[in-house]
Structures are given as structure tokens and as C-alpha cells.
Unconditional design. Structure first.
Length: 354
């Protein structure tokens, strides 16, 4: 990556403000995204707190970790970038520049948390009887502590290696940590290990579950049709004695039985949606960062902005997926929103009376 240097050769994170119509529009889009991240993930944490049925405790633990990471991304990274995008400069000082650069570990935590959730769901679908013995809260807590420890060690290594310094990069309107001289292969390695590899494993798990669910659904359909079409008598004899034939099942009932959705199929579709969202959100950003690390020419600013806002939107899509795909989460959210609306209505009525 290229960065600005002062006349004495030292890197600087300050530059004259260059506010334009384009920068203000970009900042407004990022501002809406940041507000969505804060509102969505704060609500998600509250709903998870009061959701007791329909979500296993292990899944809830990983979801809380993922939601917390998404919320911190909105607070520590997305909101400051709104200002730096509008001003086309970094107005927060060198110390906070280093803090924002270190917050890239939050992206890594999100990737690893999603991988942990999908592995846990994969075990629940493939080995449902053995699941309570394989997946326990103690083991899930150990996994979560291990993830946090690995990311903390990686961040310290990433920052404290000699010859590295944080800097503001105007193409992405945020701060990174890079070698003063040379190519940042360490950062590219981190993106690969903590983002690309978990994404690839997640896609493989989803594909495996999708194929397995379709196979199970096909078997269930064949068994159902066999039950409908068999009555324990010879077909020819039944045909020769129409008065003994029992009335056929209702056509709509047959269709419902034939197209009945199994839990495996629903889980596979949910995992497939998450895989698609992850791919759309992470791939452009990973590609642009890899471009910056491996090439001398920077990516176009428009491409850098699109990849960055897609990455931030991933913190919003997760909440939407929870709400639309989990019935218990949706019921709890609707109940809490209904309580808030009733409380506001009562206060409004009291104010009107007084």
C-alpha cells in the first residue's frame, strides 16, 4: 500500500481537508450503514438475552460473540470512517489510527465465529443423537477463549514486529498497519488464514449439508408416496373390484405430504443463505486488499469504497438472517418491539390526559 510521507521521510496521518460532493455522499452512505449496524446489533443482543427456546445455548454463545464483534466494528471502525471519508483525511490523531488498524482483528473474530456456528450446526444435523455429548457449553467456551487468545496474540504480533507503523490510507479512508519498507505479506497471510480459509470451509459444509438434505427429502418423499399408494392388496384385484377401493386422499393433502420440508432441508437453506452473504460481503474486500498487497498500483477508489461498504453491510445482514430464519428469535423480537410500542402509546395517552 502507498501512504503519505512528510518531508523528513516519516509517515504522517494528517493531510489538508478535501471535502467534496462525492466524499459527502460516501460519508452519508457509510453513516446510514453505521446506524444500521448499531441499531441492528444492539437489538440483536437484547433479543438474544431474552430468547430461550429455539436456539441452543452453544449457538447463542457464538451468536453473542459474533454480534458483539459486529457492534464493535460499527462503533470503533465504521463511525470514525464516516468522518475521514467526508474530510478525505484522518482527523483523530495517530493513536486512534493505531487502534482502528488493530480493530481488523474484529473482522477475523467474525469470520471464526461464523465458522464455529456452522460447524456446531453441522454436527447437530449430521450426528443429532451424539450432538449433546460432542457439543457442550464447556467446550464451546474453550473454543471461544481460544479464538480470542489467538486473535489477541496475532494482533500483538502484527503491531509489535519491528519496522511496522500505522498509517492513514486515503484509498480506503481508514488506517492500516504495514511495513515501512517492503510488502505486507503478514497482513495478507492473516486475511487468508482468518477470512478466506473459514469462508472456504463454511461453503464446503453448506454444500455437504445441502446435498444431504436433498437426499433425505427425496427419501421422505418416496416413503410418503409409497404409503399413500399402498393398501396391502393386489392392484389388479382392486381394479377389478371398484366397490372395495377406499376413497383416495385429498389431492392437496398429498401435495403437502410430498413437498413437506424436513428440518435438514431448512437448516441447509439457512446455511446456504449465510454462505452466499459471506461470499458477497468478504470476497470483494479480500480481493482489493490482496491487490494492494501484491501489486504496486492501487485499486480504483470506487471499487475500494464498494468493497468496504459491502464488508460493513455483513454486520447488518447477520441480524436480518437471524430474524427471518429463526422463529424463536423472530417471536422474541416482535414481543419486545410490541412491548416498546405499548409503553410509548401509554405514555402518549398519559401526556394527552394531563
Amino acid at each position: 500500500m502507498d501512504f503519505q510521507t512528510s518531508t523528513d521521510g516519516e509517515m504522517t496521518s494528517q493531510s489538508p481537508y478535501d471535502v467534496s460532493v462525492v466524499s459527502v455522499i460516501k460519508a452519508c452512505l457509510l453513516g446510514v450503514t453505521a446506524a444500521s449496524i448499531l441499531l441492528g446489533n444492539t437489538t440483536c443482543l437484547i433479543v438474544l438475552r431474552y430468547t430461550h427456546d429455539g436456539v441452543s445455548p452453544v449457538t447463542k454463545l457464538f451468536l453473542i460473540s459474533l454480534t458483539t464483534s459486529d457492534l464493535l466494528v460499527g462503533v470503533l471502525v465504521c463511525i470514525p470512517i464516516v468522518g475521514s471519508t467526508a474530510l478525505q483525511s484522518w482527523p483523530y490523531g495517530d493513536t486512534y489510527c493505531t487502534v482502528v488498524a488493530m480493530c481488523h482483528a474484529l473482522y477475523f473474530n467474525a469470520g471464526l465465529s461464523v465458522l464455529a456456528i456452522n460447524i456446531e450446526r453441522y454436527i447437530a444435523v449430521i450426528w443429532p443423537l451424539r450432538y449433546p455429548f460432542i457439543v457442550t457449553m464447556a467446550r464451546a467456551a474453550i473454543v471461544e477463549i481460544f479464538i480470542v487468545a489467538i486473535l489477541l496474540l496475532w494482533t500483538l504480533l502484527y503491531v509489535l514486529l519491528p519496522g511496522r507503523k500505522s498509517f492513514y490510507y486515503s484509498n480506503f479512508n481508514q488506517c492500516f498497519i504495514d511495513f515501512v519498507v517492503g510488502t505486507d505479506f503478514l497482513g495478507h497471510l492473516g486475511m487468508t488464514v482468518f477470512i478466506a480459509v473459514p469462508l472456504l470451509v463454511t461453503v464446503i459444509l453448506h454444500a455437504r449439508l445441502f446435498l444431504l438434505a436433498n437426499r433425505h427429502a427425496s427419501r421422505v418423499g418416496n416413503i410418503t408416496l409409497g404409503v399413500i399408494n399402498s393398501d396391502g392388496r393386489d392392484t389388479e384385484n382392486v381394479a377389478s373390484k371398484p366397490e372395495q377401493v377406499e376413497p383416495p386422499l385429498d389431492t392437496q393433502h398429498k401435495e403437502r405430504l410430498r413437498t413437506r420440508k424436513s428440518p435438514d432441508a431448512k437448516a441447509a437453506r439457512t446455511f446456504l443463505i449465510m454462505a452466499v452473504v459471506l461470499t458477497v460481503s468478504w470476497t470483494p474486500y479480500y480481493t482489493t486488499i490482496a491487490w494492494e498487497n501484491l501489486r504496486t498500483d492501487p485499486v480504483p477508489e470506487a471499487l475500494a469504497f464498494v468493497s468496504q461498504i459491502l464488508l460493513f453491510l455483513n454486520s447488518v445482514w447477520n441480524v436480518i438472517i437471524y430474524y427471518t430464519r429463526n422463529r424463536s428469535f423472530r417471536k422474541t423480537a416482535n414481543r419486545l418491539l410490541g412491548c416498546c410500542c405499548r409503553i410509548r402509546s401509554r405514555r402518549r395517552d398519559q401526556d394527552t390526559i394531563t
